[in-house]
Write a protein that binds this ligand. Structure first.
Ligand SMILES: [Ca+2]
Length: 74
């Protein structure tokens, strides 16, 4: 029913593009935040990082299929 709010196709496309941009920016901020947290927390010693790869070891242990290096961690 959303089509009734828009007079023409251009307005509708603009609305969709805005939504898409917001979602993409949100995803980038989320991923960037996780990477930033991983690097900062391991570099400052906040999180344990025995193999010195800037990924907190508990994350590597939790997702061994993504982080192959986590297999060596005990
Ligand atoms: Ca690590």
């Amino acid at each position: 029913m959303i089509h009734f709010f828009f007079v023409n196709c251009e307005d509708y496309m603009f609305f969709i593009m805005n939504e898409l941009v917001i979602v993409i920016i949100g995803a980038v901020i989320l991923v960037g935040g996780v990477i930033l947290y991983a690097v900062i927390s391991t570099a400052t010693g906040l999180e344990e990082d025995k193999n010195q790869n800037y990924i907190p070891d508990w994350i590597e242990k939790k997702f061994p299929s993504i982080f192959k290096s986590g297999k060596d961690l005990k």
